[in-house]
Design a binder for this molecule. Structure first.
Ligand SMILES: Nc1ncnc2c1ncn2[C@@H]1O[C@H](COP(=O)(O)OP(=O)(O)OP(=O)(O)O)[C@@H](O)[C@H]1O
Ligand SMILES: [Mg+2]
Length: 321
């Protein structure tokens, strides 16, 4: 079980002030399940991902794996860190061009002292097989591979350390549309075969809907909606999620009728100066006076489905400013 409690990250910026990239995010991901995370560019998805895998230290809050705090320590526990691995968006920049695929994977096994040296070539072959690559791929360099093959190597590298949890940050966004489905199917198969837990990040709601058990929607560093995948992707309740949902192109033009929003109005506010109250109120079609004065918290609209919008949930405003 992966647990995130009130996670915060602020970056100091040149000339003073701070960018509030992640502002109080909490969720749980039960073992073997997938949490999809969606939101537009700059909402804090990658910052959160880096904290989940321990590449970044939270400004506040905690990440727990099986109940044990994990990403907080000055002395990171290597065995605990190993359990959570990341797959990056760009398979081009995340692999070392000077090493063959085999050398890259053997290096991971050596650093983590997982497999005796003599058995490493066998383990490399096994890993390549798991991600659907030929054993001969071990002798090739990253530039000799297609985008899809490179991302498979990126997945094999994450799997090399026997992780329990994979944080996948836009893992297919950089790939040709034709290979996206193949890599998605591979990820689903691996999750089910190896009982892995996923946090799957994308800016595209239609991308996460098929792989996720639950979906979290982020806006300006906060989760504004969190619930079962079908409810969030097909019948979203938060005005922001509705806008994301309606922005997904549909083949049938008549289905576009009756949509509430054509597109989200206005610009994403500057994360160095997030608006007070509801972070979405500056762009929201349902905005009320109280929204700018009221901090919104996830309130239940159904079983296991929370929405941080007092207009939708009818929560009485608790004026905080
Ligand atoms: N190292 C950093 N220093 C300063 N600001 C940063 C740093 N990393 C991220 N930010 C800022 O934090 C905010 C969130 O960035 P983040 O990369 O987490 O967004 P994202 O949701 O992953 O976006 P995208 O969809 O474009 O990948 C942005 O305003 C970004 O400029
Ligand atoms: Mg990102």
């Amino acid at each position: 079980m992966l647990e995130v409690r009130d996670l915060h990250k602020a970056y100091p910026i040149r000339g003073g002030g701070r960018v509030h990239a992640v502002r109080g995010v909490s969720f749980e991901v039960p073992t073997g399940s997938t949490l999809g995370v969606v939101g537009e560019s700059g909402c804090g998805k990658s910052t959160m991902a880096r904290m989940l895998v321990g590449l970044e230290t939270p400004t506040g809050g905690a990440v727990l794996v099986d109940g044990a705090p994990y990403s907080t320590g000055r002395r990171p526990d290597r065995r605990a860190r190993r359990r959570v691995q990341m797959v990056f968006q760009d398979p081009h920049s995340s692999l070392n061009e000077r090493f063959t695929v085999g050398a890259t994977l053997r290096e991971v096994l050596a650093v983590h002292k997982l497999v005796p040296k003599a058995r490493r070539p066998d383990r490399v072959r096994e890993l390549l097989g798991q991600v659907g690559l030929a054993a001969s791929t071990a002798d090739r360099y990253p530039h000799e591979l297609s985008g899809g093959q490179r991302q498979r190597v990126g997945i094999a590298r994450a799997l090399a350390v026997d992780p329990r949890i994979l944080v996948l940050d836009e893992p297919v966004s950089a790939l040709d549309v034709s290979v996206r489905a193949e890599v998605m199917n591979l990820l689903i198969r691996l999750r089910d075969e190896l009982a892995l837990t996923y946090v799957f990040i994308s800016h595209d709601l239609s991308m996460v809907r098929h792989i996720s058990d639950r979906i979290a929607v982020m806006y300006l560093g906060r989760i504004v909606e969190l619930g079962p995948w079908l409810a969030v992707s097909d019948r979203p309740r938060h005005p922001y999620t509705q806008a994301l949902h309606d922005a997904v192109p549909v083949a049938d033009p008549s289905a576009a009728q009756g949509r509430e929003f054509d597109e989200i109005r206005g610009e994403l506010p500057d994360p160095a100066h997030p608006p007070p109250g509801c972070p979405f109120h500056t762009r929201c079609p349902l905005v009320k006076d109280a929204c700018a004065r009221t901090d919104q918290v996830l309130a239940p609209v159904a079983a296991d489905h929370g929405v941080a919008c007092m207009v939708v949930t009818g929560q009485p405003p608790e004026e905080t400013r």
